[in-house]
Design a protein around this ligand. Structure first.
Ligand SMILES: NC(=O)c1ccc[n+]([C@@H]2O[C@H](COP(=O)([O-])OP(=O)(O)OC[C@H]3O[C@@H](n4cnc5c(N)ncnc54)[C@H](O)[C@@H]3O)[C@@H](O)[C@H]2O)c1
Length: 503
């Protein structure tokens, strides 16, 4: 196969490198000779001489005659893409597949006005293209199956995992990742926690490699804001995708992240944040702990506490004795309220204020799998007892978990972000944007998430996710938290997203 790549910038150079590695004769086009030379230098560092010999640098569309596939990676501007692809279409011949690497422009819009639009498709790589293992293939309204099949085969020859995505805002992966940044911004603007704390919770509690604010700084806050506006515009105002005024303010300030030396963090001198701490330690005290509730989290907490040396009991096994601590995980517990001991209350089906507003309990939240979470969030209200705060921290320390103190909200920080990730994924599956398997693979391979959102929901329990979302909607009155119909359907039918439910 002969491959053409148009645009020798960040993405184009990477795609051309992949073409050479896959054994394809590869022509890289850019009108900017200096950009071509930079691309060749970059590619040469990573290829063997015989692979590099497959690369040809060209300066005009006429040199793409005879290509089987041309991938364009020129700036994100619809009029420019249409003009350049029109020239390429005329030069390359009627059977050449034209693939756009656009991140945010509908493939259907790029294809409109190009001769034989059935051969125009989306082929979306992730940055850095040679490293990231995922490629999304997107069919526009007119795209033909043979054209899609050709770019799928090309993606596989490049060693990528190829998933299919429908032509809508952000296709599959960028769309499903929207809440990662936007919900974090909401936690910040609602005053639940500060930037550093939110990022630490997401890393240590959720197992993500980077927090949402660190990621925004890496991508560029100005770039992220443009993408956010484009989602909102393309969806005609979907409330889940409303950009944040905080993002707008940062974009206007010129503090755009790493590239400007300053964004949510400062990169001017030294590391932008401290290393995450090692796990705390502590011995289980005398007495016993009651862990109440019938849920995945309750079971995992009982298991972890027993492993840490606690005498763990169910409420009806307390035998009239007063425990050191009661941990109430809520759901499924019909017994009398736990009394007489300092108490922790799981904030999944409501904020602490709504669950125990005038009581002495402290709130907490963690998401299963507890095994891989290194941090638990806690919150307190005006009447929360000191004993509940101290014993709560001590309990989690004996389990080797840090505590982050945050403001009160259903799901606290991590629950809120992850439940919205699950919800977005469920909307995408329900709307036919992609399959559950492709959503999860896409988020792991394209976004480096620790696990797919739907597999995560299967493990944590759809009830847990739905409880957080319903409480957020009830307490904020906002439509952005409405349950995805596909999530509600699976919940009432008692179905998981994946049949085997494996994480
Ligand atoms: N950077 C990312 O993280 C990323 C990830 C996925 C997709 N994308 C998409 O890939 C595309 C390219 O992004 P990038 O970050 O590589 O941009 P870039 O600015 O690094 O590179 C663009 C290149 O296109 C060249 N160019 C401009 N006009 C041209 C023309 N008429 N003909 C040929 N080449 C021309 C420029 O000289 C430049 O070398 C965009 O559509 C972007 O949305 C980017």
């Amino acid at each position: 196969m002969t491959l053409g790549v148009v645009g020798a910038g960040t993405m184009g150079a990477g795609i051309a490198q992949l073409g050479c590695q896959a054994g394809e004769a590869t022509r890289l086009l850019d009108p900017d000779g200096a950009a071509l030379e930079r691309a060749r230098e970059r590619i040469a560092k990573r290829l063997e001489p015989e692979q590099l010999a497959r690369l040809e640098l060209v300066g005009s569309p006429a040199a793409l005659a005879g290509c089987d596939v041309v991938v364009e990676a020129i700036p994100e501007d619809l009029a420019l893409k249409q003009r350049v692809l029109g020239d390429v279409a005329a030069a390359a011949g009627p059977d050449c597949v034209l693939a756009t690497n656009t991140s945010s422009i509908p493939v259907t819009a790029v294809a409109a006005g190009i001769e034989r639009p059935e051969r125009v498709v989306g082929m979306h790589f992730f940055n850095p293209a040679p490293v990231m293992r995922l490629v999304e293939v997107i069919g526009g309204v007119a795209s033909a199956e043979w054209a899609l099949a050709r770019v799928r085969a090309l993606g596989e020859a490049m060693g990528k995992h190829v998933i299919d995505a429908a032509d809508g805002p952000g296709f599959l992966v960028n769309r499903c990742n929207r809440p990662f940044g936007l919900e974090a911004l909401r936690c910040l603007s609602d005053g639940i926690a500060d930037v550093e704390t939110i990022d630490r919770i997401v890393r240590m509690g959720g197992g993500f490699r980077m927090g949402p604010f660190e990621l925004a700084d890496l991508v560029g806050i100005d770039v992220g804001f443009e993408v956010a506006k484009s989602f909102h515009a393309l969806s005609f105002g979907e409330p889940r995708w409303r950009p944040s005024p905080l993002q707008a303010r940062m974009a206007a300030s010129g503090r755009h992240g790493r590239k400007t030396g300053r964004g949510w963090y400062s990169y001017e001198d030294g590391p932008h944040r401290p290393e995450d701490p090692e796990p705390p330690a502590g011995e289980a005290p005398e007495g016993f702990v009651v862990v109440a509730g019938e849920s995945v989290l309750a079971d995992e907490l009982r298991y972890a506490a027993a492993g840490a040396g606690w005498d763990v009991r169910l409420p009806h096994d307390a035998g009239g004795d007063v425990p050191r601590l009661s941990v109430d995980c809520g759901r499924g517990d019909d017994g009398p309220p736990l009394q007489g001991a300092p108490q922790l209350l799981l904030c999944d089906r409501g904020s602490l204020a709504t669950l125990d507003g005038d009581g002495p309990a402290a709130g907490f939240h963690a998401l299963p799998p507890f095994e891989s979470c290194r941090l638990v969030e806690m919150t307190r209200g005006p009447y929360t007892s000191e004993a509940a705060c101290e014993l709560g921290e001590r309990f989690f320390a004996t389990l080797g978990r840090h505590v982050a103190w945050v403001g009160d909200a259903p799901g606290l920080v991590l629950g809120r972000i992850v439940c919205q990730l699950v919800n977005e994924a469920a909307f995408a599956v329900g709307e036919g944007v992609g399959s559950a398997a492709d959503v999860d693979t896409g988020m792991v391979l394209g976004m480096n998430h620790p696990r797919g959102p739907l597999a995560w929901a299967d493990h944590a329990g759809l009830e847990h996710v739905a409880a957080v979302l319903a409480a957020l909607q009830a307490e904020t009155g906002e439509e952005r938290y409405r349950l995805a119909p596909e999530l509600r359907r699976r919940l009432v039918l008692d179905l998981t997203f994946h049949e085997d439910g494996a994480l």
